[in-house]
Ligand binder design. Structure first.
Ligand SMILES: [Zn+2]
Ligand SMILES: [Zn+2]
Length: 195
């Protein structure tokens, strides 16, 4: 188990992934249009990887500790449905994804916040999802691991509940309310940011 530092692009928001390894989470790359739209809506398409991919470490909130700049944590939603996309207000860096409610112990950590040479401790890439939406030209991306990704999210949720590590901080309070009110894109804003 290791503690791996993360930060937003400007360094105002800092923290660590606590006690993490290949079992505490799964590394995936998501090529879906919504992940690309979220980055573009924040003006941060520079953070997307090859073919528009978003590298994510799927884990539980208990493994995420923000140590500096927590007041900069803001939240975006592409519509009234779908994920809460948490970002750093200081420099519009996408940081985390969660569901819109606190019932599932799940959080995705966007790995552009972690130094490349530190990502190895998080285990190997286990899935590439929604590869049919990969952007631009280049060799096809092989889709794999989607079912296992869902299985692992449920497995970690149950383990967090049973192990008393079900706190949803810093995203939701003990009553399950989000710690900030998400900004919801208008249809026009969303369409303008679509890849
Ligand atoms: Zn920042
Ligand atoms: Zn996605």
């Amino acid at each position: 188990m290791a503690d791996i530092p993360f930060s937003c692009s400007c360094g105002t928001v800092k923290g660590a992934l606590v006690d993490v390894d290949r079992k505490a989470g799964s590394r995936i790359t998501c090529y879906c249009k919504d992940c690309q739209t979220a980055a573009r809506a924040l003006g941060r398409s520079d953070l997307l990887g090859a073919r528009g991919g978003t590298a994510i470490y799927q884990t539980t909130p208990a493994h995420i500790a923000i140590t500096e700049g927590a007041e900069q944590l803001a939240c975006l939603r592409l519509s009234r449905k779908g994920l809460m996309r948490w970002y750093a207000d200081c420099c519009n860096t996408p940081l985390f994804n969660t569901l819109a409610h606190a019932k599932l112990c799940f959080a995705g950590v966007l790995l552009h916040t972690v130094a490349p040479d530190a990502r190895g401790a998080l285990g190997p890439l286990t899935a590439a999802t929604f590869t049919e939406s990969a952007a631009g030209d280049g060799p096809p991306v092989r889709k794999h691991g989607f079912a296992k990704t869902g299985y692992n999210i449920v497995r970690r949720h149950l383990r967090a509940k049973l192990g008393g590590a079900a706190s949803m901080a810093p995203f939701f309070d003990a009553q399950g309310a989000p710690t900030c009110t998400p900004r919801i894109l208008t249809l026009e804003e969303r369409n303008a940011a679509r890849p």
